[in-house]
Unconditional design. Structure first.
Lengths: 781, 280
């Protein structure tokens, strides 16, 4: 079948692009960084910077059709009728599919199957898919989708999560997705000082720079192949197969052209219409989302309302924390249950709290859907508990950093979930490092430097109205899936004639997994040339790219497989020498025995050999939180402290983040340059959440779903990031002892920025993003 | 798509294809096309009309070509002539936008947040409109922005006539971020020593730039035009409040916090703009 051949050719394009880029830097004469701890460059850097990297939106197959999705213009409405006849009759239209055309399961979902493939009786959010069209031209497809006549009866949209409890059920499963009451210690305990606060966190969008796109190609055996930038290909395959009414082995998801992801990419709601249309028409079908569709279709960070009461003694030591956390899940459950667990478990932050009473709810509304965005749950509570720490410091007249230091968590302490912190928790060390780091100079001390005022170059800012503030944020995040999620990953390492290939279904979303996998194999086997194979679902599952799990679980699997290959390689030599393989070491491309008597090059030893090994990594199990919010729910924790320095024009309320000093608990540095890049990226995403990123909706309808209306930080908004300290205390249970690095700066930076704006203005700053009106102050305050 | 080389050709092309849409930099138009909001049957590209890409002098005025890009207007030679328009052009977005977006496009799109618009309103600029059959007419920019006059079918903005005032001018805008962003509020303010006038317009707070005429007259009467042209801080403060009260109405009781913040922002911008104009 021509379509099938063409699609195969498409993948070949992406493979060769990746492989050639990987080989190119190693062809040079000079020393190329290799192995663990070196700044090995990513294999696709060159292709991406030269514009030759094939992204999912570049996919093409001979004779392909174009898909378009009809989405709901209403936040909540009953569908009275759907008439596709006009659309189907349009010239060039090959197929129109609706709810009635879904052969298998009509609902799907990441954890709970509560989301219809196509809405049929009710639409529950703006942008929910109702039908899809395949046509021979993208414009025809879009016009046909617009020609589908849907009759709606408008229903009242529930957009205030507080109203969700008493509102009529928005979904057959009810409005409450999860409630976690956490009870820890004595409810009667009280402190000498009590501070209360109400905090609101906005809706951050993951805003992937490459919008969602994919290609589905029907197979001769009645199955379908979906080429897309999935971050969890096996789950996407299982969801798709269930909806198509096919066995999972008839659906193959091929991961290609991921343009970076900070959240779940390529929502299944996007791949399902694609696959259905390919199966229906027998032709390859391509779908490339517009920016507006991308904003409407994918999931966002949970908008959250938090009420806090902190009790402390006269010295500022925490006695009790009471909190209520209400997360707006949107219309469907998605990963809200996990986000809520993180929010409740980390509600008190990285502090020792003897008594804690936290209630958390995730509820349905007709707002845009929420789901996994990195730092989910942890980020929202961090902004709130750090706000409380600032209030407590102000109430007691203690310095903010000092107050935090009196309460910090350390290894061996208990979380309010009753779990003992067994991993390294160098929170005090991190906080001291950022506190003691030299402050950036003031403009008056360095008049020779051009000073960027809040409001930008040549903006409205006036030096006389600018106040500087310094604030702190300390955050924590869990690694890997929590509450009993089976975390497992499988990797294969193949070495043919000294050239190694890693086959593992862990998707490199920009977090650098494929670079790390190459480094691991270089380290263990002493080979130079390592490529990572493209990912598809014919490989064993590796799980989603989230919570730093691929560094840990998939990296662990790669290391084990590489070690098995090492044993296969060394066993015959060791046997010949009459010693065990442990007495042979591989270093700098040479195999040497412990006494130096035997020595050969790796290249020589591997010549003509083909060695394979496959291994799995499964970290120790966790347990769900019980009815009192207690349980060993997390495999590992990571911590970060950030000191923010901001300049605020207190008359206009414009804020510029001057500098963020970051100290992070990283376990072990595997790739210094990649680590720095991850921290800088995370911090910048956090600055966006703190100052400008909020996907606005009015009555459930998204306003300005474009990159002009949704203000991402620009290079002028990105602060100077000073990585003050990277604490390398190895986590003994993690492979290589490394901790997740990407999510924790996102969690902590917004809290630090808010704290600094509080210091500059004297205003409470209890809402993120910080609006200019909340940062206006009178000059004498 | 046709690419005429002169204004007359462009007007003729529009007359020949009434459904065609003129496009200059395309920074607004193409965004609408990409979003599927607009599907022009045909386009008349204005990018090759050299006569509107520069400016010329005309008895105390500058006749600015509608095809001047923001990037061109932002350069020092232009800034020496019309400083506030240059400042607005430099603030109009990232370099990619400034390289493509034009003065005429900014006026024709008439977005409330168009950065050049409050400056043109304060300068009391006049548009020279070219129409079919070689017709010319002139309308004040504020008439077009307020909808008192419309561009008729087949008409194009050819030139913009602005006075050369040889006095300080200021453009300021408040945005949500440090990088380029849409104005929350903006102000264009020019001094006209010959007529002993202060002219000021507030952008982005209403569908068109607003002129606080009474505040202008009041503050102009306080300025010692023959002396140091200075004002007491209290007078600057009062001018800001006066402008803000005129441009941001209450919209019912109690006054919404958003309105109060906007009014404060406008007051600060107007005060700072006049302060900078008088001190430079």
């Amino acid at each position: 079948m021509s379509g099938h051949d063409a699609a195969t050719a498409t993948t070949t394009v992406s493979i060769s692009a990746g492989a050639s880029a990987a080989a190119a830097p190693e062809a040079g004469e000079q020393e190329v960084p290799r192995g663990i701890g070196a700044s090995v460059p990513a294999a696709d850097t060159r292709a991406k910077s030269e514009g030759t990297f094939p992204y999912a939106a570049d996919l093409w197959a001979e004779g392909l059709l174009w898909a378009a999705v009809l989405r709901s213009p209403h936040a909540h409405a009953r569908i009275l009728s759907i008439d596709t006849s006009a659309a189907a009759a349009m010239p060039g239209v090959r197929a129109v599919v609706t709810h009635a055309d879904v052969p298998g399961a009509t609902t799907h979902g990441r954890r709970i199957a509560d989301r219809p493939v196509f809405a049929h009786d009710v639409v529950r959010h703006h942008g929910e898919p109702i039908a899809a069209v395949a046509a021979d031209h993208p414009d025809t497809a879009r016009l046909a989708a617009a020609a589908i006549a849907v009759e709606y009866e408008l229903l009242e949209a529930v957009t205030d999560p507080e109203q969700s409890f008493g509102a009529p059920a928005l979904h057959p499963d009810g409005n409450l997705i999860r409630h976690i009451p956490l009870r820890y210690g004595d409810p009667e305990a009280t402190g000498e000082v009590v501070v209360e606060g109400l905090y609101r966190i906005g809706r951050q969008d993951p805003a992937p720079i490459g919008a969602e796109a994919g290609l589905a190609v029907p197979r001769p055996d009645g199955g379908v192949e979906i080429y897309t930038a999935s971050t969890d290909p096996h789950l996407d395959r299982d969801l798709a197969a269930a909806c198509f009414g096919l066995e999972p082995d008839r659906v193959r998801v091929v991961v290609t052209g991921v343009p970076g992801a900070t959240a779940d990419r390529e929502d299944a709601a996007f791949q399902l219409p694609l696959g259905l249309l390919a199966l229906r028409t027998g032709y390859p079908v391509k779908l490339a989302a517009t920016r507006e569709e991308s904003f409407l279709g994918h999931t966002h960070r949970h908008p959250t309302l938090l009420r806090y009461r902190h009790h402390a003694d006269a010295e500022g030591r925490l006695v009790k924390v009471e909190a209520q956390i209400l997360m707006d899940a949107g219309a469907y459950a998605d990963s809200s249950s996990e986000s809520l667990a993180a929010a409740v478990a980390f509600a008190c932050g990285p502090y020792v709290v003897p008594h804690a009473f936290v209630e958390g709810w995730a509820v349905r509304t007709n707002n845009p859907p929420s789901g996994h965005v990195r730092g989910e749950g942890a980020m929202q509570v961090c902004a709130a508990y750090e706000g409380q720490m600032d209030k407590l410091a102000a109430a007691l007249g203690i310095d903010g950093a000092e107050l935090r230091l009196r309460n910090v968590l350390a290894t061996g302490d208990l979380l309010p979930t009753g779990q003992t912190v067994t991993c390294p928790a160098p929170v005090a060390e991190l906080l001291r490092a950022v506190r003691d780091f030299e402050l950036p100079s003031l403009p008056k001390d360095t008049p020779e430097e051009e000073w960027l005022l809040p409001g930008g170059p040549e903006g409205a800012g006036e030096p006389g109205a600018v106040r500087r503030g310094v604030g702190y944020g300390v955050g924590m995040v869990h690694m890997l899936g929590a509450e009993g999620t089976d975390e497992v990953s499988t990797a294969t390492v193949k070495v043919v004639d000294g050239a190694a290939t890693v086959i593992c279904a862990a998707v490199d979303t920009g977090q650098g997994f494929s670079t790390l996998a190459r480094q691991i194999v270089q380290e263990v086997l002493g080979v130079d040339e390592v490529v990572t194979a493209p990912v598809d679902t014919d490989q064993p599952p590796a799980g989603p790219a989230a919570h730093g799990r691929h560094t840990w679980v998939s990296g662990g699997a790669v290391e084990r497989a590489a070690k098995m290959v090492r044993t296969q390689l060394l066993q015959p030599m060791a046997h010949k020498l009459g010693m065990s393989t442990e007495l042979l070491q591989i270093q700098d491309g040479r195999i040497t025995s412990y006494d130096g008597a035997f020595s050969t090059t790796v290249a020589e030893a591997m010549a003509g050999k083909e060695l394979w090994a496959t291994a799995q990594c499964r970290p120790h199990p966790t347990e769900p939180l019980d009815g009192d919010g207690q349980g060993d729910a997390f495999v590992g924790l990571a911590f970060c402290a950030i000191r923010a320095v901001v300049d605020v024009d207190i008359e206009l309320g414009s804020v510029r983040v001057v500098e963020l000093a970051v100290a992070q608990d990283v376990g072990r540095i595997l790739n210094p340059r990649q680590l720095e890049a991850r921290i800088e990226a995370g911090v910048t995403q956090g600055v966006g959440a703190a100052l400008s990123e909020n996907l606005r909706s009015v009555s459930g309808l998204v306003r300005h779903p474009d990159l002009t209306g949704y203000a991402l930080p620009t290079s002028l908004d990105a602060p100077v990031v000073r990585i003050v300290k990277l604490v390398e205390e190895r986590d003994v249970v993690a492979p290589f002892g490394a901790k997740a690095a990407s999510a924790i700066p996102v969690v902590t930076a917004p809290a630090a920025v808010a704290s600094a704006v509080r210091a500059a203005t004297g205003r409470p700053v209890n809402r993120l993003p910080i609006r200019p009106s909340a940062a206006v102050a009178t000059p004498n305050s | 798509m046709t690419l005429p080389a002169s204004l007359d050709e462009a007007v003729a092309a529009l007359a020949a294809m009434p459904a065609a849409v003129p496009v200059a930099g395309g920074t607004d138009l193409m965004a609408s096309v990409n979003a599927g909001l607009l599907r022009p049957a045909a386009l008349v590209g204005l990018g090759r009309i050299n006569e509107i890409r520069g400016w010329q002098y005309q008895d105390g005025h500058a006749l600015l070509g509608a095809g001047l890009t923001h990037a061109r207007m932002g350069r020092p030679d232009f800034a020496a002539l019309i400083p506030a328009l240059a400042a607005a052009a430099r603030a109009a977005g990232p370099p990619q936008i400034r390289n493509a977006g034009t003065l005429g496009g900014n006026i024709a799109t008439a977005a409330p947040t168009g950065d050049a618009l409050p400056v043109l309103a304060a300068l009391e600029a006049v548009l020279v409109i070219h129409g079919p059959g070689g017709s010319r007419r002139e309308i004040p920019v504020s008439y077009l922005l307020a909808g008192r006059e419309m561009l008729r079918p087949g008409e194009l903005i050819g030139f913009v006539r602005v006075p050369l005032l040889h006095a300080p001018q200021v453009f300021l805008k408040a945005t949500g971020r440090t990088g380029p962003g849409r104005a929350v509020a903006s102000v264009g303010l020019v001094l006209d020593p010959a007529r002993r006038g202060v002219r000021c317009a507030i952008g982005a707070v209403a569908p068109m730039p607003l002129r606080p005429l009474e505040a202008e007259q009041w503050v102009a009467s306080l300025i010692d035009w023959d002396g140091g042209r200075t004002l007491a801080p209290e007078a600057l403060e009062a001018f800001g409040e006066y402008v803000a009260a005129a441009c941001v109405p209450d919209q019912g009781e109690p006054v919404a916090p958003g309105v109060l913040h906007l009014r404060r922002t406008v007051a600060v911008l107007a005060r700072r703009a006049l302060g900078r104009a008088l001190s430079s």
